[in-house]
Design a protein around this ligand. Sequence first.
Ligand code: NAD
Length: 489
Amino acid sequence: MTAPFALYIDGRFEAGAATFDSIDPATGQVWAQMPEARIDEVERAVTAAERALRDPAWAGLTASQRGRLLYRLADLLEHAAPELAALETRDTGKIVRETRGQIAYVAHYYRYYAGIADQVRGHVVPVDKPDMQVWIKREPLGVVAAIVPWNSQLFLSAVKLGPALAAGCTVVLKASEEAPAPLLAFARLIHEAGFPPGVVNIITGFGPECGAVLSRHPKVSLVAFTGGPETARHIIRNTADNLAKVSLELGGKSPLVVFADADIDSAVNAQLAAIFAASGQSCVAGSRLLIEAGVKDAFLARLIEKVNAIRVGAPDDAQTEYGPLCTERQLRTIETVVAQSIEQGARLLTGGHRIERDGFYYAPTVLDCSGVPRAMSEITELFGPVLSIDVFSDEADAIAKANSTDYGLAAGVFTRDLTRAHRMSQAIHAGVVWLNTYRAVSPHAPFGGYGLSGHGREGGADAVLDYTTTKTVWLRTSDAPMGDPFVMR
Ligand code: NAD
């Protein structure tokens, strides 16, 4: 295990301006000290990234050589997955079953972008002028500030680092102050893979003292952000100073729509995974079930039976199916919103309370909100294990209810009717629509939201282009001298 934890700036590990406590969510106790980056550390990290951007040690590499570094990183990551998973589990409370699988899969993202590094092409433009060759080159955009939340952080940083490094950018990656251990440990792999100093810098610290300083730094060209909408608004204000490009991957209030003709067992399993995986702390959590009225009772009977059988336990136990929330603050927010929803008339079908054990455990909760207009749990992104249920009468009603939120990250639809599935995928305002499945992701498939869920697209080949800018080069191919502009002809 990697301890003590350190910042990684300009190829060196260092202690930081101060340290702060990291809490083990399974016990509620401090388990480690984390190094804090403040203005000075941020300044040095960005300066190192700016220098590395022009340094022949990085700028002089061919695209294939950059790809090879990414392949090496992927191999190291695959090898280190169990260790990093244990750290993520300890620091975030996310169960080890989930962290192991997810981190091992993240290696595929680095491989995918390794393979794309030498596929980033410019092109020649047939301009309307004789004796001119014009071509467009793709160049790295510059220094990237990658700011991530505490959940799925190796994954959320891979979808930024992979395309950024493939494109030739340099990066300052800021881990969340809530649980920075796995990303600080990941810095060792960057070092071992052989990236030149300054190409990737990994720091952590608090929003105002670290994230804000980083996102408004004059040398930063792009802020790639994943987190909540309120922080996104700060980032946009911060970038009013440096005019950096911004990509935003934010939260959601995603619906799962189940028609009466669906495979109900399959839909129940999808709903369980959609809202209770990672104890609901997932941007794509399917937190609103929209069920066709005729099958509501049958669906709920099966769902509640399965919810009540979920195995709660210590997150580092491979048998555990459900662990704690990451923070106590999150636990309190959930308690408040569930209580407000019940006051509004929502019926508690299961859960709705803390679990009697140390740490930040909250029971998997199902609220029937049908007939309760704008129940708090239906409109607030809770980032927790709370499912709100509403019924619909027909397809139009399902579409209206699915789209009744300002978010638009993801949606699921379960039906055996293929043409209806197509119509639903067109009508739902969301960046990702899963038909008869939920939560599937792949390096090949873009991911991102509409509306309050942000506007970035991560994953897929085009993501590399977001980390490039174009340069248009004009070459006059005639050997005749340029005419004197002041002589009239
Ligand atoms: P958050 O917005 O509180 O924090 C995210 C990061 O922003 C942290 O590193 C934090 O230190 C930093 N930050 C805070 N204030 C800042 C400021 N003023 N300037 C710059 N940086 C600042 O998010 P969180 O609570 O850690 O994570 C949960 C949120 O993330 C949820 O809304 C969730 O839906 C969202 N999320 C989205 C995706 C996606 O891909 N769309 C994935 C995971 C999580």
